[in-house]
Ligand binder design. Structure first.
Ligand SMILES: [Zn+2]
Length: 115
């Protein structure tokens, strides 16, 4: 990959990370706020617990994505960005453009998901 393209992916990843960090901070605050909220009995409490579960799930998946982005940025520094970590093949540009934080080619991703 030429350095200009690499630079474009770096900016994309950094922008994604920044907006994710912002949203993530907000979600974490919401989660803490709902934990310290007053005890509500009955159906309201059940609804609130549901919200908490959804919120916790969002926070968790944001953390995973942040890790992936940090990893992709590291690989840009190392010069190994765009190379599949499973089979060392080049990941197609179209795939990287759709999801700049991927580190596996489609074949390896499918294998991983198949278990
Ligand atoms: Zn692969």
């Amino acid at each position: 990959m030429d350095s200009k393209t690499l630079q474009q992916f770096k900016s994309k990843l950094e922008a994604e990370r920044d907006s994710l960090l912002k949203a993530h901070g907000q979600h974490e605050q919401d989660l803490r706020a709902s934990h310290t909220g007053e005890d509500i009995a009955g159906p309201d409490r059940a609804a609130e617990l549901d919200d908490e579960t959804v919120e916790a799930h969002i926070v968790e998946s944001e953390e995973r994505l942040l890790e992936k982005i940090a990893h992709a940025l590291e690989r840009i520094e190392e010069g190994s960005y765009g190379i599949c970590e499973g089979c060392d093949a080049e990941i197609p540009l179209a795939r990287l453009e759709a999801k700049p934080s991927v580190s596996l080619c489609i074949d390896c991703q499918e294998q991983k998901e198949a278990g």
